[in-house]
Ligand binder design. Structure first.
Ligand SMILES: NC(=O)c1ccc[n+]([C@@H]2O[C@H](COP(=O)([O-])OP(=O)(O)OC[C@H]3O[C@@H](n4cnc5c(N)ncnc54)[C@H](OP(=O)(O)O)[C@@H]3O)[C@@H](O)[C@H]2O)c1
Length: 317
């Protein structure tokens, strides 16, 4: 990635700052996991810039306060909620079949992290892979016609820096033969997310669809429910006495939603595709300094191709 794409935004820019002056009236966007954390902030920023945003969530009532705020504060856009459980293919199918009309942007944001024990989805897939990746793969596939009909559809996949140490394991993707590890499963699912954007950029360019992925930064949300203090300390998020290191480790949710907002709706990245962003910038390919970079195993076109074939077969089985 020597031709790295750059933007004028620094790591602490907020989603509202990214979308300042951007008019999204007439656009329709979907944000998975849009009722909490980074997803809720992404929904808010997009709707405040004028988009008609659907929060695709397990429990639609969880989006009530966002919907209420959109009405009470008279946002230029709107918010609605629709039911979607990414860990259940029937639910994904029901969502895509019920969808009517074009989709300008799909933000694949929902996720779970480091489930302590091996859990499986309704289809028998390892739960983090099912939720973070395979559910989004099926969702994107089901929405492809709607993204095409938008003319310049965008897919934004929220990944994580946790992808860096964990190549996707095509030999045992579901932890059938190897021992389950919560962080390995998370890291692999986030590698798969980046490869999803690469795969879409390879396959759907003729339909005018672009796809990019991102690391939002570290933001305190429900995602960390399984992170214990020693793990947080090892990551640099707490000192030896257990005090959280707010700066420079953590971002606010408004800052955490910035890169999603950039890729979802900013004219600055029009036509940009197949790339991984961090801190509002296109990350470099990992060399010696892996911090803030993207690992080769996550953007390798051949691996993206093989993962796509595996995933398509998994949906058919
Ligand atoms: N926070 C960070 O520091 C950080 C760092 C790197 C990457 N990320 C990524 O950022 C994304 C957003 O995470 P967050 O930090 O905002 O955490 P969060 O507040 O826990 O949000 C995750 C969302 O995903 C939804 N979700 C979980 N399982 C689902 C399923 N089966 N079907 C549909 N939705 C489901 C959750 O819905 P419920 O409310 O129903 O559980 C929740 O709304 C994730 O992809 C995460 O991996 C976050």
């Amino acid at each position: 990635m020597s031709d790295r794409f750059t933007t004028p935004f620094g790591p602490r820019a907020t989603a509202d700052e990214i979308l300042n002056g951007v008019r999204l009236r007439g656009t329709r966007m979907i944000v998975t996991g849009g009722a909490s954390g980074i997803g809720a902030e992404t929904v808010r920023a997009l709707a405040r810039a004028g988009a008609e945003v659907t929060a695709a969530v397990r429990d639609p009532t969880a989006a009530s306060s966002l919907i209420q705020a959109s009405v009470e504060e008279n946002w230029p856009g709107s918010v609605r909620a629709a039911r979607l459980d990414l860990a259940d293919l029937d639910s994904v199918r029901a969502f895509t079949q019920a969808w009517d009309g074009p989709v300008d942007t799909l933000v694949a944001n929902a996720g779970i992290m480091a489930l302590p024990t091996l859990q499986r989805s309704r289809q028998g897939w390892e739960m983090q892979l099912a939720t973070n990746y395979l559910g989004h793969f099926a969702l994107a596939l089901g929405l492809q016609p709607a993204l095409r009909d938008a003319g310049a559809g965008r897919v934004v996949v929220v990944s994580s820096g946790a992808h860096r140490n964990h190549p996707f394991d095509l030999d045992d993707p579901q932890f059938t033969h190897t021992a389950y590890d919560p962080w390995v499963a998370y890291g692999r699912s986030k590698t798969a997310d980046i490869l999803l954007a690469v795969g879409i950029s390879q396959r759907w360019a003729e339909d005018g669809i672009v796809a990019n992925s991102l690391m939002p930064g570290w933001i305190t949300t429900n995602l960390q429910r399984h992170v214990d203090l020693p793990t947080l300390q090892a990551m640099g998020g707490a000192d030896a006495d257990g005090n959280r290191i707010e700066q420079p480790f953590f971002k606010t949710t408004a800052q955490g939603a910035a890169t999603s907002a950039l890729l979802a709706a900013s004219p600055l990245v029009e036509g940009v595709t197949g790339r991984y962003f961090e801190d509002n910038q296109n990350a470099s390919l990992a060399g010696e300094d892996i911090d803030g970079a993207v690992a080769d195993h996550a953007v390798n076109p051949e691996i993206a191709h093989r993962l796509w074939d595996y995933s398509a077969a998994a949906l058919r089985s």
